[in-house]
Unconditional design. Structure first.
Length: 551
């Protein structure tokens, strides 16, 4: 049975009878006409998009976005910079910040599931200018094809053909994946995700075999590399100071490695039952990421010395991957090629995710009338094709890597992406804090939220503190005598200036003010929570528990 609200302009108000037995008519007594109209306005364009995704697909989309070149390709540089124990501690520290950010975003997104998530949340809870600024900066990051640049680097492991050819081929593949149907994209990413999980499990197993002396002709390593050359690497200075500076320098590359986690809520407008899907995906993805990352990083520190010349001076090819290097040192011939092939799918997944992030952010800004209205055009499959096409136009920037300095260009792209990620985490934290201030001012409690986490009330503050700290200190080496490089300074801090310029410009152009907690529109959001009540997931039975690996 379904009830349809009269005068509805979108599908948001076509709802099933609510689980507690109430219906739309009873809600009309609980909420004012203005609340209902505002809810319709807020979710009007969200419901024009396709709703083909589910918890299984958005969870895997986020997972494949995280397990990318940061872990498989760039972790060697992190190990060389900070040493085995420093690397493990770095992942633990950044992992806690990512967890707090994930909690913050999920609690807000479950109340207000919106395309591009935190961009829409910033306008709704804080200031229209903040949403505009982080949206433009996020789009700028998404259209910088860092992962496609990584594809050209990965392919040179097998071939000396000009990387421009690979960029052209895979650029076309990425565009084709994103221009048809979001369900098609989701299923492709699900397949890539299964390959990636298998690769992670395989690398864990192979790493243990190598470390415990299971390779014929190889000695047992144990914790040998933790003792020789040592647990920490010194960088920029000697002694304890150098070890700390090496550890802190590695943080920015670790931030890059966790980059795709916040994408869980980005496709809320294209997800069936978005609130429950976002909540489940957030819990499962973070646990998978944290456990797999820490286990893999731990094993990696056991099988490759941080002073290995290959990872210390990477050639810009995938042979510099610490995983490939470890397996090569063990004399295993075939596995490096298999690893490189799956790493290639990782880079392609992350490149796909960049197009998704950029296009949905543009769509969200167009909803808020901050970009031209033509970006709201969708095809018959509910895909914002104009926004996708616009982001795809910047793929040729990857040709910047077609030179002997391709590794340097990839490093610049990585630094820029890390800075944008930290800006995203900062805004996510601010949104979460603003939501709680508004709830307190308007008489709501955390019990009124559709989904919460233990300790979630403080997650925003924890994430905000460390994200700001990471951002401000991310380029600190350029201020050390003898290490100044304008390119490194630019890639580390340009995003801060860019965000500030667009924020100030947005306030001037749109004539905005920071929202008072009492002025935040909360009632329309809670109305929508009750209006579109979502059925609970069924309990897992028997073999269905295996779906925890991918569902």
């Amino acid at each position: 049975m379904s009830l349809t609200q009269k005068d509805s302009k979108d599908q948001a108000l076509k709802v099933e009878v609510i689980a507690d037995g109430s219906d739309v008519e009873s809600l009309n007594f609980k909420y004012s006409k203005q609340d209902i109209e505002e809810a319709s306005e807020i979710f009007h364009y969200e419901n024009k998009l396709s709703s083909k995704l589910n918890a299984r697909l958005i969870g895997m989309i986020a997972l494949v976005g995280v397990f990318g070149t940061g872990l498989f390709l760039s972790s060697g540089g992190t190990l060389h910079t900070t040493g085995p124990v420093g690397m493990l501690l770095g992942y633990v520290l950044v992992g806690t910040v990512v967890g707090a950010s994930q909690i913050s975003q999920t609690e807000v997104a479950c109340l207000y599931p919106a395309t591009s998530a935190y961009v829409a949340h910033a306008e709704h809870f804080v200031d229209k200018a903040l949403g505009f600024a982080i949206g433009i900066v996020g789009t700028y990051s998404a259209i910088v094809p860092s992962e496609l640049a990584a594809v050209s680097v990965i392919m040179t492991y097998w071939s000396d053909i000009n990387p421009a050819l690979w960029i052209s081929i895979f650029g076309v593949v990425i565009i084709a994946t994103n221009c048809y149907n979001v369900k098609w994209y989701g299923e492709i990413e699900f397949f890539f995700g299964i390959l990636k999980i298998l690769l992670c499990l395989g690398l864990i197993l192979v790493g243990l075999i190598i470390d415990l002396g299971g390779v014929p002709g190889q000695q047992r390593l144990g914790f040998h590399y933790w003792k020789h050359p040592g647990p920490f690497a010194a960088k920029y200075a000697t002694g304890s100071l150098g070890k700390f500076l090496g550890f802190w320098k590695a943080v920015s590359s670790i931030v890059y490695a966790f980059g795709g986690v916040q994408s869980i809520a980005m496709l809320a407008g294209e997800t069936k039952f978005p609130r429950r899907a976002i909540h489940r995906a957030a819990k499962r993805v973070f646990l998978r990421v944290l456990v797999l990352y820490l286990v893999m990083v731990f094993i990696l520190t056991l099988i490759v010395p941080y002073n290995d010349p290959v990872i210390a001076q990477p050639s810009g090819t995938a042979s510099g991957s610490p995983w490939v290097r470890a397996i090569s040192l063990a004399g295993i011939k075939v596995l490096p090629h298999i690893i490189n092939a799956v790493v290639l799918t990782s880079a392609l997944s992350a490149a796909n995710l960049s197009i998704i992030k950029g296009s949905r952010t543009i769509y969200a800004l167009a909803i808020k009338k901050q970009l031209p209205k033509f970006f709201l055009k969708i095809n018959k499959h509910g895909l914002p094709y104009i926004a996708v096409g616009f982001c795809s136009c910047f793929i040729p920037l990857a040709y910047l890597t077609v030179s002997q300095t391709s590794a340097n260009v990839f490093s610049w792209f990585q630094n820029i992406t890390s800075s944008v990620l930290l800006c995203d985490w900062i805004v996510i934290s601010i949104n979460h804090i603003a939501l709680h201030r508004a709830m307190s001012a308007q008489g709501y409690t955390r019990k009124d939220l559709p989904y919460t986490f233990i300790g979630g009330k403080y997650a925003g503050w924890y994430s905000l503190f460390f994200s700001v700290l990471f951002l401000l200190t991310g380029g600190f080496p350029v201020f050390i005598h003898g290490y100044w490089e304008f390119a490194n300074f630019f890639s580390a801090y340009f995003v801060i200036v860019l965000a500030f310029v667009f924020f100030v410009g947005g306030k001037i152009f749109f004539k905005t003010k920071f929202l008072k907690p009492s002025d935040v529109r909360l009632k329309p959001l809670f109305y929508d929570v009750e209006l579109r009540s979502e059925p609970p997931f069924k309990k897992l039975k028997g073999w269905e528990w295996l779906t925890l690996l991918w569902g």
